[in-house]
Design a protein around this ligand. Structure first.
Ligand SMILES: [Mg+2]
Length: 265
């Protein structure tokens, strides 16, 4: 169990690194989105916040995922400027309690729900207000339903959640903003994709990428066979393919004319 918690803590660290890298790459794009309907700081804020969170996490001696997730939240609150700090960071801090005892299908659903609820209550935002809630709500609802109703594996559920978030981001474009700075633009906010919903999608995409890679790694380690696709001798497969069941039936096993023969039928 302790080892389990340690490896889960390491997985959280890996996910944080992936998210931090992604937000650094998307810094200009997020700022461009925010410059259309906000104050052009979302990319810089998120980048600064996650760089700070990564530093704190590297210094941290957290041995449990809940502890490390809380550390990330605390760092985000102090390092992300604007309204996003308390929204992203404070909500992560508060939701981190649900992970006490470890990350499982059940606690990950609890975390997702707690995070969404806190973002909604702190931001006083609801679905359709053209905020990060528009990406988060479909993602969290899809994740919970996939786990609890459809009984999918967490990785598959996360894949569906990311897809739902992507559609949520697209959904923000034709909406008129009702919260935050974008709401001051009124109808002029229509036609622009919401930056907060977009960064939420990027974070979820990275969580999925890290989880997928971790699972593939496990599959390779657990697999009894060490045959990889690149090790397979393609020529030997082609030789075997010369003897098709149809060829045996008709007695036409002359490999030299097989391709032309196929065209005649
Ligand atoms: Mg802004």
């Amino acid at each position: 169990m302790t080892q389990d918690l340690e490896s889960q803590t390491a997985a959280v660290q890996t996910a944080l690194e992936a998210v931090t890298n992604r937000l650094a790459e998307e810094k200009t794009y997020l700022t461009d989105l925010d410059s259309a309907i906000g104050d052009a700081d979302h990319g810089a804020n998120m980048n600064r916040g996650f760089q700070a969170a990564l530093e704190k996490a590297e210094e941290s001696d957290a041995e449990e995922p809940a502890e490390l997730v809380k550390t990330i939240g605390v760092a985000l609150v102090s390092a992300v400027g604007g309204a996003s700090g308390p929204l992203y960071g404070g909500s992560i801090m508060s939701a981190s309690q649900t992970l006490e005892g470890g990350i499982s299908a059940e606690t990950s659903v609890a975390f997702a729900e707690a995070y969404l609820e806190t973002v909604e209550s702190r931001g006083k935002a609801s679905l359709g207000d053209k905020t990060m809630v528009d990406a988060l709500t479909p993602a969290v609802h899809t994740y919970k339903k996939s786990i609890e109703v459809d009984e999918l594996a967490p990785l598959e559920a996360l894949g569906k959640a990311v897809d739902a978030a992507r559609r949520g981001v697209e959904f923000t474009t034709p909406l008129r903003a009702k919260k935050g700075r974008a709401s001051y633009l009124g109808w002029r906010s229509v036609g622009h994709q919401d930056p907060g919903a977009t960064s939420t999608l990027f974070i979820l995409e990275e969580l999925l990428a890290v989880a997928t890679e971790a699972l593939n790694g496990e599959v390779e380690v657990d697999a009894e066979s060490d045959v990889h696709p690149e090790d397979i001798d393609v020529e030997s497969l082609e030789t075997e393919a010369d003897i098709e069941p149809e060829d045996l039936k008709t007695g036409e096993t002359d490999g030299g004319t097989e391709s032309e023969g196929g065209g005649e039928h």
